[in-house]
Design a protein around this ligand. Structure first.
Ligand code: THU
Length: 130
């Protein structure tokens, strides 16, 4: 199967593990590192709403905390893979930090669409790039 489609399916599967009792919106992510590893993530909410963590950041923080900082692509999906979900602004800023030249894979009617992080958040803050 094509790599992006595979990542999208893993992301959609990961949405099952979301802890989202407040929004009931379960999101999953699948992150591919430069050396071919895949880290998954899901959103993890909290009774103190501002502490909710998105699926994308969960996946990035898992990878970085295991010394994987060269990140290539991240797919994001909900359980119904036909629905489209885009990363929020906060996640895009985190993606800019660790995968400035990387891309986001979203689902368009179940098919992967790849968009560069730089194109999704052109006015990002990355200290060594300014
Ligand atoms: N959420 C994600 O995890 N990723 C996205 O790309 C969009 C939003 C989460 C945050 C919150 O737990 C819930 O979805 C509703 O916004």
């Amino acid at each position: 199967m094509e790599e992006n489609k595979q990542l999208l399916e893993i992301a959609s599967q990961s949405a099952k593990y979301a802890y989202a009792p407040y929004s009931n919106f379960k999101v999953g992510a699948a992150l591919l590192t430069d050396d071919g590893l895949v880290f998954t993530g899901c959103n993890i909410e909290n009774a103190s709403y501002g502490l909710c963590n998105c699926a994308e950041r969960t996946a990035v923080f898992k990878a970085v905390s295991e010394a994987k900082t060269n990140l290539k692509k991240i797919a994001v999906a909900v359980e119904d893979i036909n629905r489209t979900v885009y990363p929020c602004g906060a996640c895009l800023q985190v993606l800019a930090e660790f995968m400035y030249d990387g891309s986001v894979i979203i689902s368009k009617n179940g098919e992967p669409e790849e968009i560069k992080v730089k194109d999704m958040l052109p006015y990002n803050i990355v200290l060594d790039k300014t």
